[in-house]
Design a protein around this ligand. Structure first.
Ligand SMILES: *[C@@H]1O[C@H](CO)[C@@H](O)[C@H](O)[C@H]1NC(C)=O
Ligand SMILES: *[C@@H]1O[C@H](CO)[C@@H](O)[C@H](O)[C@H]1NC(C)=O
Ligand SMILES: *[C@@H]1O[C@H](CO)[C@@H](O)[C@H](O)[C@H]1NC(C)=O
Length: 170
């Protein structure tokens, strides 16, 4: 009895919230712009097999990051690893922290990258940036995505995009 009355009140709440959601018009679609373009080199990958598929441990020896507009190098990518999962269905879920050194002031940043794709053509990810660089402190409070191309499997290229127009970042 108590269960069925709880269930019917839950049903009522769900029906009400569904109606409320349907009544909303969509927010403006976010627009992104290319901010940085980079590349790195994968030197090896020991793998472990588990319940979700294959967990890769791509050892990345480092790379560079450039301004997407000028092409000028703005940071060095330090060695890191991607410890993502290749599922049995072939999907790849990248999972890594990229440490970088900004050329302008020598401060470091850490870019956490998690997303979805496959090993043949690449992936798209959410990127979260943490830095103590005064020049790039604006990145700490903003939303970024990355697109990675794996056309060259040992030297992937990627672009970091930010939400276009400073006043509408999130
Ligand atoms: C680990 O898996 C990746 C992705 O499938 C593959 O490129 C790499 O050769 C594998 N490493 C080893 C040591 O088998
Ligand atoms: C990307 O890779 C998948 C899996 O190998 C393949 O089926 C698909 O055709 C590829 N897409 C492009 C655009 O190359
Ligand atoms: C950014 O704002 C400017 C000025 O309002 C506008 O012209 C431009 O189209 C906007 N860019 C995007 C990607 O929305």
């Amino acid at each position: 009895m108590r269960f069925s009355s709880l269930f019917s009140s839950l049903t009522a709440v769900l029906a009400a919230s569904t109606a409320a959601v349907l009544a909303q018009s969509p927010l403006p679609t976010p627009k992104f712009e290319a901010l940085f373009a980079g590349q790195f080199t994968i030197s090896s990958s020991p793998n472990t097999t588990g319940p979700f598929g294959t967990r890769v441990h791509f050892v990345i020896s480092g790379g560079t990051l450039a301004d997407a507009t000028t092409g000028k190098t703005v940071a060095t990518i330090l060695p890191f690893a991607d410890d993502g999962i290749v599922s049995d269905s072939g999907l790849f879920f990248p999972d890594s922290f990229l440490p970088i050194t900004w050329s302008v002031d020598g401060h470091l940043a850490s870019i956490k990258v998690t997303g979805i794709g496959n090993l043949n053509n690449g992936s798209m990810s959410y990127a979260h940036v943490e830095t103590d660089s005064p020049t790039y402190s604006w990145m700490n409070s903003n939303f970024f995505i990355t697109k990675l191309s794996a056309t060259n499997p040992t030297q992937p290229t990627f672009t970091i995009y930010g939400v276009a127009n400073a006043t509408t970042k999130y």
